[in-house]
Design a protein around this ligand. Structure first.
Ligand SMILES: Nc1ncnc2c1ncn2[C@@H]1O[C@H](COP(=O)(O)OS(=O)(=O)O)[C@@H](OP(=O)(O)O)[C@H]1O
Ligand SMILES: Nc1ncnc2c1ncn2[C@@H]1O[C@H](COP(=O)(O)OP(=O)(O)O)[C@@H](O)[C@H]1O
Length: 183
């Protein structure tokens, strides 16, 4: 006999700068939740930009469109019992607020996590070489450098990843889900 976990579904949105650690934490958290038998999707930002948001760039308008599309998909998944983990920059507060409201409208849990790595640490990590490209004048509009990032004013959790291991950061998100009765 198989057991069906009693997961209610939720969106866990990891917002933060490039190289802050969003993808790493999302994967670790997703793996743990899957191992424990939950229904999980990690909505990988890069993959979404290749398909669902193909053709969009990094203007304010395009980023908002991207975030609203991802918010819609995530809310549908979460409303249907999936733990949807979203490692996406989402730099604008009004855009994140619209996603939160969409969840509230359907009574779907929404957990906002600020992956609050300082820009100096992000630019040292520079996983994709974007900070170096910006510094060399080959890229403009990089979030946190020459494009805005509006930090969340009231997130469920703030992660100072420069002081934590990736596993510690992922475990802290897991703990919030557990506290909120979502596991
Ligand atoms: N100008 C600029 N600013 C920010 N990020 C840039 C830019 N150009 C390319 N990239 C790469 O695209 C990834 C961000 O995509 P997102 O969908 O998360 O961004 S957004 O929410 O629509 O702002 C982001 O991925 P992460 O590094 O994983 O955050 C970058 O690798
Ligand atoms: N506590 C932490 N949480 C997440 N990533 C961390 C942490 N400490 C160091 N890192 C490293 O920072 C980098 C973050 O890269 P990534 O997850 O791709 O960032 P993002 O998706 O935000 O662009 C990885 O190389 C990861 O190993």
């Amino acid at each position: 006999m198989t057991t069906t976990p009693r997961t209610r579904g939720a969106t866990v949105w990891l917002t933060g700068l490039p190289s802050a650690g969003k993808t790493t934490i999302a994967r670790l958290l997703g793996d743990r939740l899957k191992t424990e038998g939950h229904r999980v999707e990690v909505l990988d930002g890069d993959e979404i930009r290749r398909f669902l948001s193909a053709g969009l760039g990094f203007s304010r308008e395009d980023r908002n469109t991207n975030v609203q599309r991802i918010g819609l998909v995530s809310e549908v998944l979460a409303r249907n019992g999936v733990l949807s983990v979203v490692p996406v920059i989402a730099p604008y507060a009004d855009s994140r607020e619209a996603v939160r409201k969409r969840h509230e409208a359907s009574g779907t849990p929404y957990v906002e996590v600020h992956v609050a790595t300082p820009v100096e640490v992000c630019s040292e990590r520079d996983v994709k070489g974007l900070y170096a490209r910006q510094a060399a004048g080959r890229l403009t509009g990089l979030t946190g450098v020459d494009d805005p990032y509006e930090p969340p004013s009231d997130p469920s959790l703030v992660l100072p990843t420069q002081l934590q291991s990736p596993q510690e950061s992922a475990d802290a998100v897991y703990a919030v889900l557990a506290e909120r009765g979502l596991l």
